[in-house]
Design a protein around this ligand. Structure first.
Ligand SMILES: Nc1nc2c(ncn2[C@@H]2O[C@H](COP(=O)(O)OP(=O)(O)OP(=O)(O)O)[C@@H](O)[C@H]2O)c(=O)[nH]1
Ligand SMILES: [Mg+2]
Length: 446
């Protein structure tokens, strides 16, 4: 997220010296303005930001430190809007969320992502299928909820979404769900009939929050359409989807300021873990090149089972790491979402994140081969890799559809990796330092 903006902000700030003159300040603000507009930041927001920085440094004095602190303070000002941050639970009973937005903006996918996010935090979630417009809408949600093992309320004989929402609302309350997420059909703000249907759903179930799901690829249109939905039905938060790929980032920075409701989440990919909370302080930290350690900790703590993590660490230390542990680790990593979004939260790793791009470890040939190999092993072989003799190797190679050479190579890599892990777990983290030094010279696979 924001890779280009972060790089450019660093360049611009670096060009200002310790104590400087007005000419270099003007040059810096002109460059900043150009860069922000190019990154799709709303022109009004850009103008305001520059004016505030110019006003600040006129009183504090021109110089790198003052420039950076003013930039930081005013960026935060722009991102902060009255309203809630991240996911907020109702103080009592079910937290009900009504999802709205244009067709294809990512509502249904986001409902699934939020459900997974909440399930990882041990919440009981109900999704209701209130899109009666699109034929395959219920089927799409069935697939998502089956995979995530989340409860779905649907009624394919009912054509009125208001009634479906009401029944689902009753079920959520009766059966003590923590959260009820309502998926609705895509619609335009100018479609009076569909907008009045949405108003009816809102009036009849009185949700805790109404979210507007906007496709960030539509650029400033996302801001415009969110504004008209806000005027017509009243919104409590925006979720920007499709923030992966070539996104320039500016829309995410200006939408809350322009619509006057907070940006709550950002969707960063098609898979279910690809969602991030949008917390202004953390975003500013990232923009200033300081990473987002807090966000990273929050993400990992929800996914990583601390007890298991400790057990595995012990095994690594003793050199007992086996294939079952490996599979378990891979599953944890999978739940964390894309490597790129994880790396971008670590201070100084922004560049690495853009190099890794959308590397899909999970679906790489290498990973598929390893998984095939492990699944042709017996239980004992997985736990005790040392018993793998030639005849066992022949058998598992055949089972996995790999040549004996491929099998030997994977087994050797596994052995080396567990040796390396054992070394790294040694005292003082010396091992980690040498690993990073080794990595710096190596290229990153694509
Ligand atoms: N790359 C990427 N794709 C996304 C993201 N969110 C949703 N999509 C994709 O966008 C397409 C539309 O998503 P849906 O969730 O079906 O959108 P919707 O708003 O429910 O659509 P309607 O119900 O037809 O109005 C799908 O192909 C999704 O995979 C995202 O954050 N990143
Ligand atoms: Mg949908």
């Amino acid at each position: 997220m924001f890779d280009t903006i972060i790089e450019n902000l660093k360049d611009i700030s670096n060009k200002i010296r310790f104590k400087d003159d007005i000419a270099s300040l003007n040059k810096a603000t002109t460059n900043l303005k150009k860069m922000l507009l190019k990154s799709d930041l709303h022109h009004k927001t850009t103008k305001e930001l520059i004016a505030k920085i110019e006003r600040d440094v006129k009183t504090t004095g021109i110089g790198q430190k003052n420039f950076i602190s003013s930039l930081q303070k005013n960026l935060l000002d722009i991102l902060q809007t009255d309203g809630k941050q991240g996911f907020v639970f109702s103080s009592k009973g079910v937290t009900t969320i009504l999802m709205t937005g244009l067709q294809g903006s990512g509502k249904t996918t986001t409902v699934g992502k939020l459900a997974m996010y909440l399930k990882q935090r041990n919440k009981k979630v109900l999704i209701s299928a209130c899109d009666t417009q699109r034929l395959a809408a219920v089927e799409q949600l069935k697939q998502i909820t089956d995979k995530l093992e989340i409860d779905l309320y649907f009624d394919e004989n009912e054509t009125n979404p208001v009634d479906i929402a009401k029944k689902a609302d009753k079920k959520a309350k009766d059966e003590l769900y923590d959260v009820h997420l309502i998926d609705t059909a895509g619609r335009l703000a100018i479609d009076d009939e569909l907008m009045s249907e949405l108003k009816k759903i809102k009036a009849s179930i009185d949700p805790d929050e109404v979210f507007y799901v906007a496709d960030s690829l539509t650029g400033h249109d996302a801001t415009r359409t969110a504004t008209s939905f806000h005027e017509k039905i009243g919104l409590d938060g925006v979720i920007l989807t499709k923030f992966d790929g070539d996104n320039k980032g500016g829309v995410a920075l200006s939408i809350a300021h322009q619509v006057n409701i907070p940006l709550r989440f950002v969707g960063t990919g098609e898979n279910m873990p690809d969602i991030e909370t949008f917390i202004p302080q953390r975003i500013v930290s990232r923009l200033m090149g300081q990473g987002d350690i807090e966000g990273l900790a929050e993400k990992t703590s929800a996914v990583i089972d601390e007890k298991k993590f400790k057990q595995v660490s012990m095994k690594i230390k003793k050199g007992e790491f086996n294939f079952d542990d490996f599979l378990e680790q891979m599953n944890m990593i999978k739940k964390l979402g894309s490597m790129k979004s994880m790396l971008s939260m670590i201070p100084g790793m922004g560049k690495m994140a853009s190099q890794v791009a959308n590397m899909d470890i999970e679906n790489s040939t290498q990973m598929k081969n390893i998984k095939a190999l492990i699944s042709s092993m017996t239980k004992k072989e997985r736990i005790q890799p040392s018993i793998l003799n030639q005849s066992r190797k022949d058998r598992i190679s055949k089972g996995a559809g790999l040549s004996i050479m491929q099998t030997n190579r994977i087994l050797k890599q596994f052995k080396n990796a567990s040796k390396m892990a054992k070394k790294l777990s040694g005292k003082n983290g010396k091992g980690i330092k040498s690993m990073i030094e080794n990595m710096e010279g190596s290229s990153i696979p694509r």
